[in-house]
Design a protein around this ligand. Structure first.
Ligand SMILES: [Fe+2]
Ligand SMILES: [Fe+2]
Length: 414
């Protein structure tokens, strides 16, 4: 009888997993997707924590972590999200071993590994966070083309009473099944992400200040500032998730309009004169034109950000209120700048990207200027609260400053 029940239960579990796959296949942004994949994988086995590593070149890079226990203890533990870590694909580490051998691995207690296994458990995360890892299920993320895109690792399964327990055979089967589908979705999202980075590289060829790292930092700062802003305003979780799915990509593309600006201006070493500055400022309108009238919703957000990321809260920014710009017949250079948009006339996402972009520029060393130090930068941002920047956005930014710093470290060099 119990055999039949188990069989029935197993079938239901599999149907459940197929349903989850349907849901994750709609997520476009890579980070949102990794977040969801981990959440679902953990839910299958009621696991406390987990991480995802992606294959980059010949290494695994740490991409995402979730940890209920740490998050409860320290609300700011989000900074662990942006840890920078690279692992060799070899037998020395658990995730390296799974990536190399392409088979799931179940460990009941990582502190009591059998003597005959080649890998060791890396204790550094436990030591730095005072977390205790015990049971672990690590599965390879393999696409249908037989390509390994990463490794999914879930930690500390919990039994009905909430105590840490080993992962079961059923957990292993279900998580592996889920991982196969997740790998396909991750591969697709990585492709979109890389296409976008390629667009940014095009802009970078024109203007060396617009690098992929700058774009990644601005995009990631933007989603974290938004999340804080939205939490303060009690925006429902699913709305936050929906916005974050678009916002990172849209924010990364804030300056692609620069591809339309001539080299003589972009590469000019001397100070720009009034006419040249005026022309340069048109990258906002060019950028907006790239994305306007598209059938994709994320393009509306990208258009809004490209157009408004140089507006200032007090109305002294550009390009201001301008007549219709979504008509390709009108030459961008003929469009007069209008009176600056003020306060909430500037779309929220542009207010957020404006702060993220200025912060990143201040903290970046350029041939003609040094990187500002920490105190100087924060004092400047504070002093521009209500002038250049939306005060509430500045507050949200300050509240998550440790996360901002972790992002800066993560995207500090290729
Ligand atoms: Fe810009
Ligand atoms: Fe920028």
């Amino acid at each position: 009888m119990s055999e039949i029940m188990n069989h029935q239960q197993h079938k239901e579990n599999i149907i459940e997993i197929l349903k989850i796959n349907e849901k994750i296949s709609h997520i476009k942004d890579l980070d949102s997707l990794l977040d969801r994949v981990l959440l679902e994988a953990r839910a299958i086995s009621n696991a406390d924590a987990g991480s995802i590593y992606l294959v980059k070149g010949d290494k695994l890079t740490f991409e995402y972590v979730q940890n209920d226990t740490l998050l409860q203890k320290d609300k700011r533990s989000k900074k662990y999200l942006y840890a920078k870590q690279e692992i060799e694909i070899d037998n020395a580490s658990i995730s390296g071993y799974v990536a190399l051998n392409r088979k799931p691995l179940v460990i009941d207690d990582v502190y009591r590994l059998p003597d005959d296994v080649p890998y060791t458990f890396n204790r550094s995360f436990d030591e730095s966070s005072s977390y205790h890892t015990r049971s672990m299920l690590t599965v390879p993320l393999i696409t249908t083309e037989d390509k390994i895109t990463g490794v999914l690792q879930i930690i500390n399964a919990r039994n009905k009473e909430g105590a840490v327990a080993p992962f079961s055979k059923e957990d292993e089967i279900l998580v592996s099944l889920f991982a196969n589908q997740a790998a396909m979705a991750i591969e697709r999202a990585r492709m979109t992400h890389e296409l976008i980075l390629r667009m940014i590289k095009m802009a970078e060829l024109r203007d060396p200040r617009e690098t992929g790292l700058h774009a990644n930092r601005v995009g990631t700062y933007a989603i974290e500032i938004y999340q804080r802003w939205a939490t303060r305003r009690n925006i429902p979780d699913n709305e936050i998730k929906r916005v974050k799915d678009y916002l990172k990509i849209a924010a990364m593309l804030h300056d692609v309009g620069k591809v339309a600006i001539t080299d003589t201006i972009l590469k000019k070493k001397a100070r720009l004169n009034k006419n040249e500055r005026d022309y340069m400022m048109r990258h906002t309108i060019y950028g907006c034109r790239f994305f306007i009238n598209s059938t994709f919703k994320e393009d509306d957000m990208a258009a809004e950000i490209a157009l408004n990321h140089h507006e200032k809260w007090d109305g002294s920014g550009y390009p201001g209120h301008i007549p219709v710009i979504n008509c390709d017949d009108i030459d961008v250079n003929e469009i007069p700048f209008g009176p600056g948009k003020k306060g909430e006339e500037i779309p929220l996402y542009a207010r957020i990207v404006s702060l993220a972009d200025v912060y990143d520029a201040l903290k970046t060393k350029r041939p003609y200027k040094d990187c500002w130090d920490e105190d100087e930068t924060l004092a400047y941002i504070e002093s521009e609260k209500g002038k250049q920047f939306d005060p509430e956005v500045v507050e949200a930014f300050m509240e998550i400053y440790d996360v901002i710093q972790a992002i800066r470290d993560k995207y500090s060099s290729e």
